[in-house]
Design a protein. Structure first.
Length: 313
């Protein structure tokens, strides 16, 4: 089983991604690190803790708080219209007695990478700030990590937060650039594949009827929180009672090889442009020469992905 740290700005789809990871039975989720993004970092920490309690795992998986701000920029606005003001679609779930551990997210990543001797897998579902800090603390990190799966980027498709950029990369382009260029073994799960992986209300209706009795509260939370996400995607993209599974597909790619097909491309992150800030630029010319080799998700068996995702509940 892969040993995974999930790094998340726990919003609606991050929550489903975490729940899938811990319920899959096919991965050892050794910790969750939090990062600002969909919401401030303190709320991301709190949501990760609450989601673990909901999964019946209170006190069993450490949560380490990470970055509150990007590497060099400043944020003071958070996209409450996408994930709700509490980050999980304004759905209330019980608080937990579990507290975040003292060790900062980047230190936890550095320590686990050393202790696990090449076995650690990181799944990053938000801004790449914690990973960038970890690289700054330990320049040898790239040789110690098995694989990093990143939900981020838009290679052959438009962006979502701007015409050219996807939100996780745009939200800290300097961190993303540092991570991409670091030599870490990276699989980028971007909008190219996540926008094809749609969860529909009909899937949730079926799941409510078929889920295991012990997962009823989890499924009812998924259903309720997704209403907010579906509404956002209705207003922004014109979708009808459905939403793309950005973060869940990224955890799935780490656990279920073969569902997402990748292609090695040379990639760079734009950190200076006016119109293209945060764009993931692949050198798609016949003889590519600019950028760092990265495995980029290019195709997905979306039907299978959603089946596998919901099958764990
Ligand atoms: C990404 O941005 C966030 O809103 C989602 O959680 C996902 O990680 C999609 O662009
Ligand atoms: Ca996310």
């Amino acid at each position: 089983q892969p040993k995974i740290i999930i790094d998340a700005d726990t919003g609606i789809d991050d929550a489903l991604a975490i729940l899938y990871g811990v319920k899959s039975g096919k991965a050892d989720i050794i910790g969750i690190t939090s990062v600002f993004g969909n919401i401030p970092v303190e709320l991301a920490t709190e949501n990760a803790l609450k989601v673990l309690k909901l999964a019946g795992l209170e006190g069993q998986i450490p949560v380490n708080q990470g970055a509150a701000q990007p590497l060099v920029r400043k944020v003071d606005l958070f996209p409450t219209f996408v994930h709700g003001s509490n980050g999980i679609g304004d759905v209330e779930i019980p608080h937990t007695a579990q507290r975040p551990v003292e060790e900062a997210a980047a230190d936890f990543i550095v320590r686990q990478a050393s202790e696990l001797r090449g076995e650690l897998v990181i799944v990053a579902l938000g801004r790449l700030t914690n990973l960038a800090h970890a690289l700054q603390k330990d320049p040898e990190l790239p040789s110690k990590i098995k694989q990093v799966y990143i939900m981020g980027g838009a290679v052959r498709v438009p962006g979502n937060i701007t015409p050219t950029a996807e939100a996780n990369i745009w939200g800290d382009p300097e961190a993303a650039s540092l991570v991409i260029e670091s030599g870490l073994p990276i699989t980028l799960i971007g909008l190219d594949v996540t926008l094809q992986t749609m969860l529909h209300q009909s899937h949730l209706d079926a799941l409510k009827a078929s889920c295991k009795p012990e997962n009823r509260d989890v499924v009812s939370f998924l259903n309720d929180s997704m209403q907010f996400y579906f509404n956002f995607y209705h207003e922004s993209n014109g979708y009808n009672q459905c939403a793309p599974m950005h973060d869940p597909l990224t955890v799935l790619a780490a656990i279920e090889p073969g569902v997402v097909q990748t292609e090695q491309l040379l990639l760079s992150v734009e950190c200076h442009g006016e119109h293209c800030l945060g764009m993931t630029v692949a050198d798609l010319r016949p003889k590519p020469s600019v950028g760092t080799p990265v495995n980029v998700g290019v195709q997905v068996d979306a039907k299978r992905a959603v089946e596998l995702l919901l099958g764990v509940f």
